[in-house]
Design a protein around this ligand. Structure first.
Ligand code: MTE
Ligand code: MO
Length: 258
């Protein structure tokens, strides 16, 4: 609970940091404000502003091999603690399959070997965690857009939801399964990949084995680790807390643009 409170306090500070531009400086947070309403309005402004700014600079910065951080922190879940995950890990993820379903014409399943045969992209990028640390790493994986094309989106598709293997917190509404979601602009962005390798090695368990999302223009918590299933939806209102992600359900912004 105390870590949640700390994160929330940090978030409010962080949101005001960006929000100050849009909302005007000196906004009195100490007073009795509806924090959720502030977060929501700041999010809308930030998202609109960022989408406009990024129109002509659509790629996140990429770095060179010399810039790769010697250590890259493991954050959040270090290893999912379910029996199912332990069994998959034991078998070197040979029995793991990524499932893609929801609003698609052809639900698909990919083994890790299947994924490694598909066209891949590598990118050296900076990961920025909302808790105040950054690290540069090299990620290799399959462009998400390619897989969504293969599955074929139904006309009402709007978001890709990533369901993860880990429960970060077991007390929230009975379950704290990690999940995340992005819109189709980010889903089809060329740097949005499902990564199976980091710094030219198979992803370690700490960093999200066997597969994690990289959506490079957003903050660390959007980078879902332990992705088991992708669900294409027209709204995430019916999922868990209804705000599109584990941390979003706990007050973070859904559009976590950097
Ligand atoms: N499934 C899952 N994904 C997750 C998390 C998590 O706890 N579980 N933590 C998020 C946060 S806050 C960050 S900063 C990054 C950390 O990734 P890393 O452990 O590879 O540094 O993963 C994100 N994705
Ligand atoms: Mo993070």
């Amino acid at each position: 609970m105390s870590s949640l409170l700390t994160r929330r306090r940090f978030l409010i500070g962080g949101t005001l940091g960006t929000g100050a531009l849009a909302l005007g400086g000196g906004y009195a947070l100490e007073q009795n404000v509806d924090v959720d309403a502030v977060l929501r309005s700041a999010e809308t402004l930030t998202m609109g502003a960022q989408r406009t700014l990024l129109r002509h600079r659509p790629l996140a910065r990429e770095f060179s091999a010399a810039d790769i951080s010697p250590t890259f922190r493991v954050n959040g879940t270090q290893a999912p603690d379910s029996k199912e995950y332990a069994a998959l890990r034991e078998g070197g993820f040979a029995d793991w399959k990524l499932k893609i379903g929801g609003l698609v014409n052809r639900p698909l399943e990919f083994s890790l070997a299947d994924l490694k045969k598909l066209p891949s992209r590598s990118q050296i990028t900076r990961h920025d965690c909302v808790e105040g640390w950054s690290a540069i790493g090299k990620w290799t994986g399959v462009p998400l857009g390619l897989m969504l094309h293969a599955a074929g989106l139904k006309p009402n598709a709007r978001f890709a939801v990533f369901h993860c293997a880990d429960e970060l917190e077991k007390t929230f509404d009975g379950s704290g399964r990690y999940y995340e979601s992005i819109d189709l602009i980010d889903a089809f962005h060329p740097q949005t990949i499902l990564a199976y390798a980091m710094n030219d090695q198979n992803l370690t368990v700490g960093h999200g084995a066997p597969l994690r999302l990289r959506v490079e223009r957003q903050l660390g918590y959007k980078q879902a680790k332990y992705v088991m299933r992708i669900e294409v939806v027209d709204s995430f209102g019916g999922l868990w807390g209804g705000r599109g992600g584990f941390w979003e359900d706990r007050g973070y912004e859904w559009y976590a643009g950097i």
